[in-house]
Write a protein that binds this ligand. Structure first.
Ligand SMILES: Nc1ncnc2c1ncn2[C@@H]1O[C@H](COP(=O)(O)OP(=O)(O)OP(=O)(O)O)[C@@H](O)[C@H]1O
Length: 283
């Protein structure tokens, strides 16, 4: 299966922050979570990929094509949703739609009306009156109304309450029901990805740490609790993080099998995506 997006050797120096040799590819038909703590470089990566800020070096291909040569086609095939939503506040949603729709040759007004109705949005309402959640749903309605094959979303759930966040996850899952669709979704709220992500990419301090199948990551890592007596110079090396108390210890391992064999009294629990993310960024 062809990748929907390939990023190779992306470098960008912003002065106090640098993206360093960021490379990854996104498989078709997957929801990929792009995770990292605040300031890790998620937004900078997405802006560089989309050409919203110029790269120092690197190449990006979407559906095998570069933005420089195929901007019009790629614009139709990619739906972009940013946390801030770049809208004119004084316009109604219907007016804003009329400003944006002509930019897409695949624009579908009937689909737009369907999404607006489903998300409970009234086209005559002004953008300035929208709650943060409704603003995000409007941005998603726009992105879905030109039949994009790849949705690129930067922190779509940031600052939203759990109900709206779960509605957005549902919208993603429904979008994925159609063949050939893919989602690239950046977030620092990793619990949003527990149910929906297929792949996880972790970035920290402008460098890519891993790009892995989510289930494989959760299977190979373990959150271990045990007795301090089981910790030796050798077994300590099996841990990414280790917190010791007076009586025991807990820590994250990427070597679950070795822990099972060498620390047979230890309790191994399934980690969360957050445990794994923090295990790698704290090193
Ligand atoms: N135009 C700029 N000039 C200089 N530094 C910048 C610029 N834009 C962002 N930065 C810095 O680059 C770093 C990465 O920012 P970025 O927004 O990419 O992180 P992020 O992972 O998206 O974080 P968050 O989860 O907080 O949105 C931050 O330290 C930020 O302050």
């Amino acid at each position: 299966m062809n990748p929907v997006m390939e990023v190779e050797g992306l470098n960008k120096n912003l002065g106090g922050f640098e993206l360093r040799d960021v490379s990854f590819s996104l498989p078709e038909g997957c929801i990929t979570g792009f995770i990292g703590v605040n300031g890790a470089g998620k937004t900078t990566t997405i802006k560089s990929i989309l050409g919203l800020i110029p790269n120092d070096s690197g190449e990006v291909r979407m559906f095998g094509k570069t933005m420089e040569k195929h901007a019009r086609e790629l614009k139709n095939r990619i739906g972009i949703v940013f946390d801030e939503g770049y809208f004119y506040e004084d316009l109604t949603m219907a007016e804003m739609k009329s400003v944006l729709a002509p930019a897409y040759s695949t624009w579908d007004n009937a689909a737009f009306s369907r999404h607006m109705e489903r998300f409970g949005l009234h086209p005559a309402h002004k953008i300035s009156t929208l709650s943060k959640g409704n603003r995000m749903k409007f941005a998603i309605a726009l992105a879905l109304s030109h039949h994009a094959d790849l949705l690129i979303m930067d922190e779509p759930t940031s600052g939203l309450d759990p109900l709206v966040r779960s509605e957005i996850m549902e919208i993603m899952l429904e979008y994925m029901k159609e063949d050939g669709k893919s989602v690239f979704f950046s977030t620092h709220i990793t619990s949003d990805l527990d149910k929906i992500a297929d792949m996880l990419i972790l970035i920290d301090k402008g460098r890519l740490i891993f790009n892995e199948d989510k289930d494989l990551l959760l299977d190979t890592h373990g959150f271990v609790k045990g007795d301090r007596a089981d910790l030796s110079e050798h077994t300590r090396k099996l841990f990414l993080t280790l917190r010791e108390t007076r009586y025991g210890f807990e820590g994250l391992t990427a070597h679950k099998q070795a822990v099972k064999e060498q620390m047979n009294k230890a309790l191994i629990e399934k980690p969360t995506i957050e445990d794994i993310m923090l295990g790698y960024v704290r090193r």
